[in-house]
Design a protein around this ligand. Structure first.
Ligand SMILES: CC(C)(COP(=O)(O)OP(=O)(O)OC[C@H]1O[C@@H](n2cnc3c(N)ncnc32)[C@H](O)[C@@H]1OP(=O)(O)O)[C@@H](O)C(=O)NCCC(=O)NCCS
Length: 342
């Protein structure tokens, strides 16, 4: 008996971002507030990172709450109802439950019935990873409309006494609706990972190590919360030297030149990393560059959609223009692609 041939789509469709949304928590946290816990100065933080303020979520505000607000805005701007979404990809490393994932909970909150839904752990590259997957899903016909969310509540996983990281991180959510298009709206993704550098940004210890400590020392022993720690200089050097070539490759893979770009939206890790990339890429001066880090801090998976939303909202970047976006962070992982802005 011969094996039957499975049915599979033979033609690819085009996909693009139909709508973008963002959510920043209400509470603005100044450098002065951060300085209550670390030996540093407002001037040092501004000069070395470019950060002036960041936002922290309320204690009772979750990644799902923030994701819901950003998603509703993205759907509204795409002119779609939640019921039209058939897959939800949520990029986050700060959903505080090992399981269930945040994506099905978000989908239920939004009233999306029975979608494919999962979380994706790729830190500051998570949003670009998810955009790549959503693009492929729509192109191949696995889904018609994919809700992509990048969301973090980093304040839950930051050690406010660690001067190497306390001033960097913030909270927020960004969302994109990816759907069927009459033209290519998401270019090829250039991505990769370097697991040998896994210790460059990491949770201080694993949950199972924490459990062992609690069992050995008892609950009252003052055991430290496993916050995120990073080797700032290692990450900084890697980003500055290795990420511009990746961004360049994404531009080439899209079949355009830097002069065709209407925006450059790198992950908002550090203003000096952004400056170094702009210089290395030799971006034409007419290309506006996202600098949302000054007001929003580093929000990991949320930083690119938040920064792009701000540029569109403030008229700094044109709707329909091409943007180069690149995410990079803990893993180490990275991903870059050119997208048509909605
Ligand atoms: C964290 C970061 C801003 C630190 O800046 P840096 O210029 O690399 O600083 P260094 O670690 O080299 O430290 C330089 C000096 O400042 C001091 N310093 C470090 N943190 C400080 C702080 N918060 N305030 C004041 N001084 C500080 C150091 O002790 C060192 O002093 P020394 O020269 O006397 O030894 C930078 O490394 C960075 O942004 N890295 C990337 C982080 C990132 O993007 N992470 C998210 C994942 S994408």
């Amino acid at each position: 008996m011969s094996t039957p041939t499975l049915s599979a789509p033979t033609t690819l469709r085009h996909a693009r971002i139909l709508g973008l949304g963002g959510y920043r928590p209400e509470r603005v946290v100044t450098n002065e507030e951060i300085l209550q816990f670390i030996e540093s100065s407002d001037e040092w933080i501004r000069q070395r990172s470019g950060i002036v303020t960041r936002r922290f979520a309320r204690d009772d505000e979750s990644v799902v709450d923030m994701a819901e607000a950003a998603s509703r805005q993205a759907l509204d701007r795409a002119g779609l109802e939640p019921g039209q979404v058939d897959a939800v990809l949520m990029a986050t490393v700060t959903h505080p439950l090992q399981t269930p994932a945040a994506a099905p909970i978000l989908a239920h909150r939004l009233g999306i019935e029975d979608p494919a839904a999962m979380d994706l752990s790729a830190a500051c590259a998570g949003y670009c990873y998810a955009i790549s997957l959503a693009n492929d899903m729509v192109r191949a016909g696995t889904a018609d409309t994919v809700l992509v969310v990048g969301v973090e509540k980093l304040s839950d996983f930051t050690d406010k006494h660690d001067r190497g990281s306390a001033f960097i991180f913030g909270d927020g959510a960004g969302a994109a609706v990816v759907g069927v298009s009459d033209r290519p709206g998401i270019g090829p993704t250039v991505w990769g990972s370097l697991g040998d550098r896994a210790d460059a940004i990491t949770q201080r210890e694993s949950w199972t190590d924490l459990r062992s400590e609690m069992e050995a020392e008892g609950r009252e022993a003052g055991i430290a919360w496993p916050a995120f720690v990073m080797q700032g200089q290692t990450v900084f050097r890697w980003a500055v030297f290795s990420m511009a070539p990746v961004a360049q490759q994404a531009v080439e893979a899209a079949g355009i030149t830097p002069a065709d770009l209407a925006a450059f939206v790198p992950h908002q890790a550090n203003m000096r990393i952004t400056d170094a990339m702009v210089k290395a890429l030799d971006l034409p001066p007419h290309v506006p560059v996202a600098r949302d880090i000054a007001q929003t801090g580093n929000t990991s998976a949320a930083s690119i959609p938040l920064a792009m939303s701000r540029m569109l909202d403030e008229g700094e970047a044109p709707h329909g223009g091409l943007a180069l976006q690149i995410g990079f962070g803990a893993g180490l992982v990275y991903a870059a692609q050119v997208v048509e802005m909605p």
